[in-house]
Design a protein around this ligand. Structure first.
Ligand code: ASP
Length: 342
């Protein structure tokens, strides 16, 4: 079947559970609709849309790719209603919000990251400063906070007495829910903004920021600040980012894998699907991994995929800005699988 026809069909809205069949060649998904000219910004979840739009504004005003990624992600980090990114994020088991973030520049293949940082409003900016002013890539905990202090980064707002009382009440309720969720083996609450951008000059950039797994063990660092797991940018090929249970992404270098599939010639969406298929094949959890990826390539193609019912992501260019539903992959889509499953 000619590729154009194979790809034609359900545009960018997918019925969960059908997509892997489509990817295997039965029905069809019009991947040609998942392409635009640069600038292109793609990020995780509907809350990524205003971040994308800020990034586009920065690019149009002549800002750099790093400025666009940083300022875009800052929008999400500043949102007091977002419980999974920035200082409004769900705290760890000791009631302290610990944030993870990283940034990557395709040109120069540079990266910076911070993990388990408390008290600072914009971990994405601290990550960028690590990249730009040190010979290191990744600073964590107290060391990262001392670095942020030295560089004069903005601290988060102090919690008022009223806020604290409400917080405690809320925390008690959340903890009860978390205990229930823990019994089911699933974390209560977690999301991430991973944002990747293609500039008109062909250069790629990306960033990632999260408060991670709600009520995590203090010191826990997820996939989001780990280069190759929560984010990966290869200026020759494309960029990818992840959201979902970080433990299930970082054991497979998920974003790196997506980029490597794109290097082999897969469309970004196919690369996300293939990455999830491959991980699910190997992992004892199969398709219960709760992992999701976004990806873009140098040609302005983009896409996403997730386990289960998939997830929503945001794509923005000069001609559109929209929230899309990704394909979702379940065991039913692939049948019995082997690998390391026990
Ligand atoms: N990947 C993040 C973490 O594990 C959470 C998420 O994106 O849902 O910290």
């Amino acid at each position: 079947m000619p590729r154009r026809r194979f790809l034609k069909g359900a545009a960018v809205s997918f019925v969960a559970g059908q997509v892997i069949h489509q990817a295997r060649g039965a029905a069809a998904t019009d991947l040609t609709e998942l392409q635009t000219s640069a600038p292109l910004i793609v990020s995780t979840w509907p809350f990524g849309k205003p971040a994308n739009e800020k990034a586009l504004e920065v690019i149009k005003a002549g800002g750099s790719g790093l400025d666009a990624v940083e300022q875009g992600i800052q929008v999400t980090e500043s949102d007091p209603t977002n419980p999974s990114v920035g200082l409004a994020g769900i705290p760890n088991a000791e009631g302290i919000v610990q944030l993870d973030a990283c940034i990557m520049s395709g040109p120069g293949h540079r990266a910076g990251a911070v993990g388990a940082v408390s008290g600072y409003k914009h971990p994405i900016s601290i990550a960028r400063r690590v990249m730009e002013t040190t010979r290191h890539v990744f600073l964590v905990g107290e060391g990262a906070e001392a670095f942020a202090k030295k560089h004069g980064f903005e601290k988060g707002p102090k919690v008022s007495a009223g806020q604290k009382a409400a917080w405690k009440k809320w925390q008690t309720a959340q903890k009860a829910a978390e205990e229930k969720a823990a019994k089911s083996g699933k974390p209560l609450n977690h999301d991430t903004i991973a944002l990747v951008a293609l500039l008109p000059d062909g250069n790629l950039f990306g960033g990632c920021s999260t408060s991670g797994w709600g009520y995590k063990i203090p010191g826990r660092v997820g996939d989001s600040p780990i280069i190759g797991s929560g984010l990966y940018v290869d200026n020759e090929v494309g960029a990818a980012g992840a959201t979902g249970i970080g433990e299930n992404v970082m054991r497979y270098c998920g974003s790196f894998l997506v980029v490597e599939y794109m290097r082999q010639g897969l469309h970004p969406q196919e690369a996300c699907i293939e990455t999830i298929r491959r991980i699910a094949k190997m992992d004892p959890k199969g398709f219960d991994l709760a992992i999701n990826f976004i990806a873009i390539d140098r040609k302005g193609r983009f896409g996403a995929a997730g386990t289960g019912t998939g997830f929503q992501y945001a794509a923005t260019s000069s001609s559109f800005s929209k929230v899309l539903q990704s394909p979702g992959l379940t065991a039913a889509d692939i049948g019995p699988i082997g690998g390391n499953r026990k």
